[in-house]
Design a protein around this ligand. Structure first.
Ligand code: DGT
Ligand code: CA
Ligand code: ZN
Length: 573
């Protein structure tokens, strides 16, 4: 059993306990354990056999025993007992956006609803609106949620697909028959969600390579298998397709298979305007084939500078390439540190020391700690006393570092009225302040906009966190006027975060151009709750690149002295 499978069982138990109205601490314990397993450095079987399981944060004797049973036998009796208390479809109901365990419990107990189909029928019959605590509006939202759930079905987070795609690519690239192997499709373009994994290869023996692909250990089922093509279903439920072409065709097939469709159409039209034909097999004038070594050569043939895959969305990249105006996109290696990270002081899994060590290993010269503020009780928000203690701890650690520094930040809740947490004096003690919405998502657009704009006007605010509140494939952004919020951020000189957590990727790349137009400074933050979470920053870099950002657009791509000067200016303002 791998980490994800173990974590999924623990998460399911947490949900089932909540459905039974058990003490919330009990189900929280299972969620904490799931997260500890996910971020553990070792795989579950090793954790079990070495006895290291119990030393993980949040896993006690009883839980360790249950997890051991699961890892050794593939089953956990306790899990099965909890499952047996409900019909199997009930867990699907929890996937409906806005339908928490309390509401699921109500529709199950009072209406006998135990599947998505039942729920939809009950809503359409108007029965849900009559339940206490529901109403017509909730019923309507549930119907919308079911619809959204169905339209999301079959899409995966970039972060679920990319590591698998890279594993497959590496395995294929090592095969003796392989010449070139690349990930194509929406993954190569760094879209936030993807439908499948597209792989493209050239090989001296295509059949041998497709065979290696179809028999890879990640594969659960072979859907189709020919000499130059194969489609498989991976154990995680994601489909992966491999196409193998002759090496001379590879650049054309790669460009075509990378897309987007809209970019491809624009490129094909550009070729036609030059009396050429471009398709997945080549670039032709009449019957004459123009060999191209790589994608850059194709672009060059069409009078264009190389267009990085992230920009291929037909959003002006071809015009820019024609003018030689493709920007030098920011790279992960440009980042000097980051600002929004949690530790065991609030709801993070690793200590200040561990987070600092991990950041230094990544070559950062600073790491900004921004634990939750007092209002975020659900996440162990810091009291004023704890703020003082954490600052003392940071000072002690900083005294031991050379060429590295922890910064004292905070992620303060934006309260319902747009106020920030803490009194003026406490707020001034931080090097910087990130503010985010964590509660009361259901306000109408006008109130939510006013709330955000009010928060942005706070003189001590440095940065706006996860702007839209969306959770990809799970929760839509709250209703608000993004343009008004961006304008307020620009007016007050507030930095806007690109939250790199792969479930958020918020601000969305589609809005980054507007943010830059308004002169807004951006920061790429992992919102890490563990040392491993720091690595999520790569997804944020992908978003920044998709949004045409260069190094100069990103605050944490500047050297520390400049960052400190920026923060100090902000505080003095
Ligand atoms: P996805 O799979 O929904 O996440 O998005 P993509 O972009 O990976 O789409 P996919 O896998 O259907 O196709 C991969 C690429 O192949 C796509 O980005 C563009 C290209 N492609 C596929 N079908 C067509 C087509 O009918 N016309 C053109 N011009 N290109 C296509
Ligand atoms: Ca695809
Ligand atoms: Zn947050």
């Amino acid at each position: 059993m791998d980490k994800k499978q173990v974590a999924a069982v623990l998460e399911e138990i947490a949900a089932l306990l909540e459905l039974q109205g058990e003490n919330p601490f009990k189900s929280r314990a299972y969620l904490t354990a799931a997260r500890a397993i996910e971020v553990a450095e070792r795989e579950p079987p090793e954790l079990v056999e070495t006895g290291a399981l119990k030393s993980l944060q949040g896993i006690g004797e009883a839980l360790a025993e249950k997890i051991t049973e699961l890892v050794r036998t593939g089953r956990m009796r306790y899990h099965e007992e909890q499952r047996a208390k409900f019909p199997p479809g009930i867990l699907d109901l929890l996937q409906v956006p806005g339908l928490g365990p309390k509401k699921v419990k109500a529709v199950y107990e009072r209406l006998g609803v135990s599947s998505l189909e039942d729920l939809e029928a009950a809503c359409r019959a108007g029965k849900v609106a009559h339940l206490e605590g529901f109403g017509a509006k909730t019923q309507e939202n549930i119907l919308k949620g079911i619809e959204r759930l169905r339209s999301h079905a079959g899409r995966f987070l970039l972060s679920d697909a990319l590591p698998l795609a890279l594993d497959l690519r590496a395995a294929l690239a090592h095969h003796p028959a392989a010449q070139r192997v690349e990930v194509a499709g929406s993954l190569r373009r760094h879209r936030e969600t993807v439908e499948d994994i597209d792989l493209l290869a050239s090989a001296t023996d295509p059949a041998a390579l497709t065979r290696a692909f179809a028999t890879h250990p990640l594969v659960a089922e072979v859907l189709a298998h020919g000499p130059t093509k194969a489609s498989v279903l991976l154990q995680s439920g994601i489909q992966a397709d491999l196409r193998v072409v002759a090496d001379g065709e590879f650049p054309f097939a790669l460009h075509h298979g990378t897309g987007s469709m809209e970019h491809n159409v624009a490129m094909r039209n550009r070729a036609i305007a030059r009396k050429l034909k471009l398709n997945e097999y080549g670039l032709f004038e009449g019957e004459t084939f123009f060999p191209c070594r790589d994608e850059a050569a194709i672009f060059e043939r069409l009078g264009l500078a190389y267009i990085p895959p992230e920009l291929r969305e037909d959003l002006g990249e071809i015009e820019a390439a024609e003018r030689g105006a493709i920007p030098a996109l920011v790279e992960e290696g440009d980042l000097t540190g980051t600002f929004h990270c949690h530790t065991t002081w609030s709801d993070g899994l690793n200590s200040l020391e561990e987070m600092a060590a991990a950041a230094r290993q990544m070559g950062y010269t600073y790491l900004g700690i921004a634990d939750h503020s007092e209002a975020a009780r659900y996440a162990g928000g810091l009291t004023r006393q704890q703020v003082a203690e954490q600052h003392a701890a940071i000072n002690r650690l900083n005294a031991t570092f050379r060429d590295f520094q922890l910064l004292k930040g905070i992620e303060t809740d934006i309260l319902a009225d747009g106020a920030l947490d803490y009194d003026e004096e406490t707020v001034r003690r931080f090097d910087y302040v990130v503010a985010s919405v964590h509660s009361r998502f259901a306000m109408d657009a006008a109130s939510m906009t006013a709330r955000l704009v009010k928060a942005l006007s706070h003189p001590q605010l440095t940065m706006l966190g996860h702007v839209s509140g969306r959770l990809l494939l799970q929760r839509e952004p709250y209703a608000f006027d993004l343009e008004a919020v961006l304008q307020a951020a620009a007016r007050h000189g507030v930095v806007v975060e690109i939250n790199a957590n792969p479930r958020r990727l918020d601000l969305d790349w589609r809005h980054l151009r507007r943010a830059r137009e308004l002169g807004i400074m951006l920061a790429i933050n992992p919102d890490a709750h563990s040392t491993e979470g720091l690595r999520d920053i790569a997804y944020g870099v992908g978003v920044a690149r998709k949004g045409w950002c260069t190094r100069s657009d990103i605050l944490n791509a500047r050297p520390l002295p400049e960052v400190m000067a920026f923060l100090a200016r902000r505080k003095a303002a």
